[in-house]
Design a protein around this ligand. Structure first.
Ligand SMILES: Cc1ncc(C[n+]2csc(CCOP(=O)(O)OP(=O)(O)O)c2C)c(N)n1
Ligand SMILES: [Mg+2]
Length: 397
């Protein structure tokens, strides 16, 4: 039950003419998350999971793992500037994408390119930003995937704004907003959840608690009983789920999306998972955590967990496993080949699509760059050599 639903339901006689803001308005109990993360795999309840869903999740997870490995390899080959891997977090990425309808929106962070790929985005487009070339790399409206946000938690108010606007227009749209454990300490997280609850906006906030914000472990990040508990303070339900249990995540997120769709308001879901790789290829995780810890989490691997259930059901034949692996290799090979082609870039695009009306400074910078490019092209044509890089003494500081 939410704040709005419960207004006036308790202590009716306590204040003769109560100032509304003083009255206890909420029974927090129904909003509180479970003490333990919700699980299906390895429990009796797994029997209710549809085999078709299980095989679909498996295919996505295996492709996702291979995609992560290929993207990481591309950083070593200098084809990708930076890659924040979601290895170990594939269940969160895949479930978040699969529970959405076509008209819904996904709001990813830099670590969530796999969620975008699982939603159907071309992997090369998903990696364009991390390659350091052209803006977002895809048309957000076409795919209903907002641009990947590097500034932490900024995608959350965007998600709330879009969801609220859709509701005002009467459009059937739910927004799925992804954020990390570290991102929950940001002001934008607070503002987004507060507005979402007050407006009863159709948003699902999925916190992927992977244990770290770069080198900062969760214990130094938050003293909350769980990150899902934060939901209660805003007046929305908090759910705690095993982030490596793909069918459990699928169930919890489906419920949250359905609730949002029927006007029941937002939900905060905390998925307990683990970032198996370093923060990005530029980070050395051995400086702040032990191999033992990583090994323990490898023992709770999202793919192995689904595999175990599939084989218990007799659904993991050699032929099926091979078919899934072949599909994953095909995706990786396509990604490798296409990322090995040099992109054709127009430096003037730097100034496109930022403002409807460019500022005076941007116009000045644009003119400056155009002149520099023209001078360079002239130098090349005149000398018959490469670009002229001699200083003229007239460069701007
Ligand atoms: C507003 C802001 N502050 C700081 C940073 C630098 N930064 C990049 S990633 C990161 C850690 C984020 O951790 P978390 O939210 O747990 O996400 P994860 O990387 O684990 O997926 C930080 C502090 C940033 N990108 N944006
Ligand atoms: Mg984190």
């Amino acid at each position: 039950m939410t704040v709005l639903e419960q207004r006036g339901s308790r202590n009716e006689n306590y204040w003769p003419a109560p100032p509304p803001a003083w009255r206890p308005r909420v029974d927090p109990e129904p909003l509180l998350p479970d003490a333990e993360p919700y699980r299906l795999l390895g429990t009796d309840a797994v029997s209710r999971v549809d085999s078709g869903l299980l095989t679909e999740l498996y295919g996505h997870l295996v492709r996702g793992r291979r995609y992560n490995a290929q993207a990481t390899a591309l950083t070593r080959q200098g084809r990708l500037a930076v890659y924040p891997s979601s290895t170990g977090q594939e269940a969160c990425q895949v479930a978040a994408a699969l529970v959405l309808e076509e008209q819904d929106w996904l709001f990813p962070s830099y670590r969530d390119t796999l969620a975008a790929v699982a939603r159907g985005l071309d992997p090369v487009q998903a990696l364009t930003l991390l390659r350091g070339d052209w803006h977002t790399g895809y048309d957000p409206r076409e795919h209903r995937i907002a641009p990947l946000c590097t500034p932490l938690a900024t995608q959350l108010p965007h998600a709330v704004g879009l969801a609220r606007a859709a509701r005002l227009k009467g459009d059937d749209v739910v927004a799925m907003a992804l954020v990390g454990d570290g991102g929950t300490s940001e002001g934008d997280f607070h503002e987004a959840l507060n507005f979402a609850a007050v407006w009863q906006a159709p948003v699902v906030f999925l916190v992927q608690n992977n244990g770290f914000a770069i080198s900062v472990p969760l214990a130094k990040q938050s003293a909350a009983p769980s990150l899902a508990h934060k939901a209660v303070g805003y007046g929305m339900p908090g759910r705690l789920v095993d982030g490596n249990d793909a069918p459990a995540l699928h169930e919890v997120l489906t419920e949250a999306v359905e609730r949002a769709r029927r006007g029941g308001g937002p939900t905060l879901v905390e998925a307990i998972t683990y970032r198996v790789e370093a923060h990005t290829n530029a980070d050395d995780a051995t400086r702040y955590r032990t191999d033992d810890e990583v090994e323990q989490w490898r023992g709770h691997d999202p793919i192995a967990l689904v595999e175990r259930e599939l084989s218990e059901r007799g659904l993991l034949s050699d032929a099926f496993a091979q078919q899934v692996r072949d599909g994953a290799e095909e995706l990786a090979a396509g990604l490798r080949d296409r990322m090995n082609q040099d992109p054709v870039l127009d430096p003037m695009d730097l100034f496109a699509h930022v403002y409807a009306e460019p500022t005076a400074q941007l116009r000045e910078q644009e003119a400056q760059l155009r002149a520099e490019l023209a001078a360079e092209a002239e130098g090349e044509a005149g000398s018959g050599r490469g670009p002229a890089h001699e200083t003229t003494g007239k460069e701007r500081p």
